[in-house]
Structure formats: structure tokens, C-alpha cells
Design a protein around this ligand. Structure first.
Ligand SMILES: [Zn+2]
Ligand SMILES: [Zn+2]
Length: 401
């Protein structure tokens, strides 16, 4: 495969879903209807000028509909549940006849923070490389450069990651006998994230959270909504890494192991190009599950500032388009576990905790372009091909990861 970052702009198209989500911000915050938001010189040309006051009536209607709750009718409130199938039972019931297990009291709540999880994501190939020299041998570098990889292969990878996460989630719930309906929205998100990666809680330091090798650490002193957005942000970093590990293993017909993992960690961190993509995608996934306009883009702008003219404005916009396209894949994976009702709950928790107005300056830096399939495959090639070439001549740096 051939090409460079500038060629990718010919493959970009509008991300209409993101445009709608950003427009939705103005509907959620009608109080600021005197402000007109102009997206000049950015890619969201379709939402150039929005008058917030127009849709307030529409908003009231849709908000009312959110208040209609569908809960099963019980004359007596159920106080027990089946630890296997999760069905609710009344106080007098003792066993679940379908599962043949004793019922548990709903009040005996398991604290999901304390649950130990060792989520597994596997990829099995014919080869199992046991050194970076073997992994990055000449033949393999050629295979990566040729890039015999299609969008169908990519869809299979997303499907595999989804199904392994489902399995991990199911095991977590069953092994720990969790009464899922009794969890609040933060606990549900923690449980989902634990189906992908280990989660640790910290009560010191200034960072809200971070992802390092195989664990996410979050600060449990922050508000519930901030913990949720931080978890989703850090999980996105994990998933970009996971997707690229699977692509690499598919290309090299290799089993996933610590060498393939470290190589992708290196690729995502050695250059500002991949750092920007990784960071922009994570911010974007946050916006798609909470609300655009409340993200803290400082980690993205910090990288931008450090670059000192290394990339042109157009090239930076392309990294955002690549990030947006990765964000769509991550959203697809997460939506299989975080359904519409949960997304509404996340939004409600967010609106409960956040009293500020959306950050209009941050909204102006949103890019609403995604790459088409051909462009996205080229972008992944560019990331892996350049990354592996640099890695091959810096093996000593890989060893220290
Ligand atoms: Zn049961
Ligand atoms: Zn980040």
C-alpha cells in the first residue's frame, strides 16, 4: 500500500451522527439561546449557525417522554433475586425453579468496586513470536507494508472483541452473583469496563484517571458523572490498542502475546501523529456517551502545543477525522453493552452533576468528518506500517515498555 497523511483527506465524509449530537447540546441548554454558534473554518459546515431558541418546544416533549418508566407491576415489592438468571422474587420464595438455585436477598448488595476481574481477549494465530526481533523480521515488515487486510476483516475484529467482552461480562455477573437491576449507573459502567480491562481506584494525585498497560485507574473522589466519563475515556484508549493488536495479529497470523501488546503500546505513543488520533478518539467517545461540549480537551491541546509546527493545520484535522472514525468503532463495541436506557441514565447523571454551560470554545474545535472504508484502511496501514518500521530500528526502546 502507498500514500501519506495528506492523501487521506480525499476519503473523508460528513459524520452526520456527530453533527446531530452537537446540535443536541444546544437543545439541552436552551437557557443560552441568545448565543449563536458559528463554526467557521472547521469541518462541521452543516451546523454553521444554530439558533437555539427554535427547538425548545420539541425538547420539552422529548423530555417528558423520558419520565415514563416501564417497570413490572408487583403487588408486593420483590426482595429476592435469582443469582443465576437475575429474575426478581417475593420474600416468601426460596428457590428459582428454572435454575435450581437458592435465591439471594436484594439487600445483600455486592460492591462492584471490590470485584476482581481478569478479562481475557485472545487472538490465536499460527505464529507465536517470542522476541521483538522475530516479530519485526523482514518478512513481517513486508507483510505489514503490503497490508492484505479488508474492511470485512476489520468488522470481524470488532465482532470478536464484542463477543469476548460479552462473555467476560456474563462471567462477572454470574461468578459474583450480582443483582444487576440493583446497581446504579456508575456501578453498571464500572462492571462493563471491568469486562474489558482491570479497574483500580485511587484517592491521590491530580489526574482523574489513566490507562496503563492492562489497567485503568480512576479517582473515586470525583463526581459520579466525572468517574463515568473518565472510565469511558480510558476504556477508549484500551479499545484502540486492542483493535490495533488484533489487526497486527491478523496481518502476521500471530497469537496475541506480550510482544504484540508492547509493540502497539509503542506505536500509539512514539509520535504526535498517533498520540493525537488516540486522544481525539477517546474524547469523542466520551462525547457520544455523555454530552458534547463538556469534554476537557487539554490532553489533546497539550500534544498540539508541543508539536511546534511539526504538522500542518490540515494534517491535524486529518488526525481528528481518523480519531472520529475509531470513535465510531468503539461506540459500536460499547453500545452492545451500554444500551439506550443506560445512555439516558448516564446523561441524566451528567446533567444532575454538571451545572456549567457547555464549553463553546471546545465545540468550535470539533471536527465532524470521518473517513470512508478505503480511507480508514489506509489510515490503519499508515499507523502500523510507519510504527513498525520505527519500532524495528528502536528495539531497545520496545524492551523497556
Ligand atoms: Zn433463575
Ligand atoms: Zn486520554
Amino acid at each position: 500500500m502507498t500514500g501519506n497523511i495528506r492523501d487521506l483527506s480525499t476519503y473523508s465524509q460528513n459524520d452526520t451522527e456527530k453533527m446531530d449530537l452537537i446540535n443536541g447540546v444546544f437543545k439541552e441548554f436552551p437557557l443560552f439561546d441568545s448565543i449563536k454558534c458559528c463554526y467557521k473554518d472547521v469541518s462541521c459546515s452543516k451546523i454553521e449557525s444554530i439558533d437555539f431558541s427554535e427547538d425548545i418546544d420539541e425538547l420539552d416533549e422529548s423530555d417528558d417522554s423520558k419520565l415514563i418508566l416501564c417497570s413490572p407491576v408487583f403487588k408486593e415489592t420483590p426482595s429476592k433475586y435469582c443469582p443465576k438468571c437475575g429474575r426478581k422474587y417475593l420474600k416468601a420464595d426460596i428457590v428459582c425453579l428454572d435454575c435450581l438455585v437458592h435465591l439471594k436477598d436484594i439487600s445483600d448488595k455486592v460492591d462492584v468496586r471490590d470485584i476482581k476481574s481478569e478479562p481475557k481477549f485472545t487472538f490465536v494465530g499460527q505464529n507465536n513470536y517470542s522476541s521483538f526481533d522475530e516479530l519485526l523480521n523482514k518478512d513481517n515488515l513486508l507483510k505489514i507494508n503490503e497490508f492484505d487486510f479488508t474492511i470485512d476483516d476489520y468488522s470481524t475484529i470488532l465482532h470478536d472483541i464484542k463477543s469476548q467482552a460479552f462473555l467476560n461480562f456474563d462471567n462477572l455477573v454470574k461468578e459474583n452473583e450480582i443483582y444487576y437491576d440493583g446497581l446504579d449507573i456508575l456501578e453498571k459502567v464500572i462492571l462493563f469496563v471491568k469486562s474489558f480491562v482491570k479497574v483500580e481506584f485511587k484517592s491521590s494525585g491530580g489526574q482523574l484517571g489513566y490507562f496503563e498497560s492492562d489497567a485503568i485507574a480512576i479517582d473515586d473522589r470525583s463526581t459520579k458523572s466525572l468517574q463515568i466519563t473518565t472510565l469511558i475515556h480510558e476504556l477508549s484508549h484500551f479499545l484502540i490498542q486492542e483493535i490495533l493488536i488484533h489487526v497486527l495479529c491478523k496481518l502476521l497470523d500471530s497469537t496475541r502475546n506480550s510482544f504484540t501488546e508492547s509493540l502497539v503500546t509503542f506505536i500509539l505513543s512514539y509520535t504526535h501523529f498517533t498520540q493525537l488520533i488516540d486522544e481525539y478518539a477517546a474524547h469523542n467517545v466520551e462525547g457520544r456517551f455523555t454530552i458534547f461540549g463538556f469534554q476537557d480537551y487539554s490532553s489533546f491541546t497539550d500534544i498540539e502545543r508541543k508539536m511546534d509546527g511539526e504538522m500542518t493545520k490540515d494534517e491535524i484535522e486529518i488526525t481528528k477525522s481518523i480519531g472520529n472514525t475509531f470513535a465510531l468503532s468503539i461506540k459500536e463495541i460499547l453500545e452492545s453493552l451500554i444500551d439506550r436506557e443506560m445512555r439516558e441514565d448516564i446523561k441524566e447523571q451528567f446533567l444532575k452533576d454538571v451545572l456549567d454551560r457547555p464549553n463553546y470554545v471546545a465545540l468550535k474545535m470539533e471536527n465532524c468528518q470521518i473517513l470512508n472504508d478505503e480511507g480508514f484502511i489506509k489510515a490503519i496501514w499508515l499507523i502500523l506500517n510507519e510504527g513498525c518500521e520505527v519500532a524495528a530500528s528502536n528495539i531497545d526502546r520496545l524492551i523497556s515498555i
